[in-house]
Design a protein around this ligand. Sequence first.
Ligand SMILES: [Zn+2]
Ligand SMILES: [Zn+2]
Length: 327
Amino acid sequence: MHAMVLNALRTPLVWTELPDRQPKPGEVRVKVGACGVCRTDLHVVDGKLPNPHVPIIPGHEIVGRIDALGAGVEGLSVGERVGIPWLGHTCGTCPYCRMKRENLCDQPVFTGFTRDGGFATAAIADARFCFPLGESGTDESLAPLLCAGLIGWRSLTMAGEAGKLGLYGFGAAAHILAQVARFQGRSVFAFTRPGDVAAQRFARSLGAEWAGGSDEMPPAKLDAAIIFAPQGGLVPLALRTVRKGGRVVCAGIHMSDIPAFPYALLWEERELLSVANLTRQDGLDFLLQVPAMGIVTRTTAYALRDANQALYDLRAGRFEGAAVLVL
Ligand SMILES: [Zn+2]
Ligand SMILES: [Zn+2]
């Protein structure tokens, strides 16, 4: 197999030939067809996440076909198309797993962070954490659903029954979630970097009722806002836009420090929450509804060998929607 390997933090990935791996009991091996490039991959490369593992193969939006089954795997077959998400394994016995909050597991394994991911021709995964994807849609179009879509979905659930929904940072996650929110009959208000008229136009093309800079006030008070951009400075700005009792959801794993802000922004029972990871149930709920929602992902394709360019372009905001490595 071949992979783009992160050998040391804050260095470029290196094209590497590795011995083929065999799935252990309970695991599957997947021939990768496409793997999305997520902002969290940048945070992995940059060493922004706690307890980093190197060397590691990044990538946690994997779409591929099973080409080998480990002993004891049930319900999946060779040739079947599956998705492999960020949540790679949970312990099943810690208090969080037992209270059905496996996204908070004390001993989790994360794809592309603490176990090798999908910037590779093949990947090994715990079979119980793979999602069958069926046959509709290309590998490239489905890949961004595996994290941008799933984390977006969980964030939307956390936002509650918000009819007027703000989205801060209109990248891979927001461009999917805007379509989900519109399908559900919500009004979307998109916030981009000040002056980023291209991103604002992109948001309106996906059904946003209003799009403007993150320094602007929307035309109406919002019921909830979700922050996808990793800038802590957006938290007080978002709190300013939500009504009494409204919610602000921080969707990223890493965010820069939140500046001090007046308590009045939080008062009147506004709520500030974060989203961590996903549960398998989130994935099943979301993927079940994807066909009906008619989500169209905007992708920019890169060859596996060009993963560094994809990461660079993501950092620089050089494309709309999501970058996907296509094999
Ligand atoms: Zn991700
Ligand atoms: Zn656990």
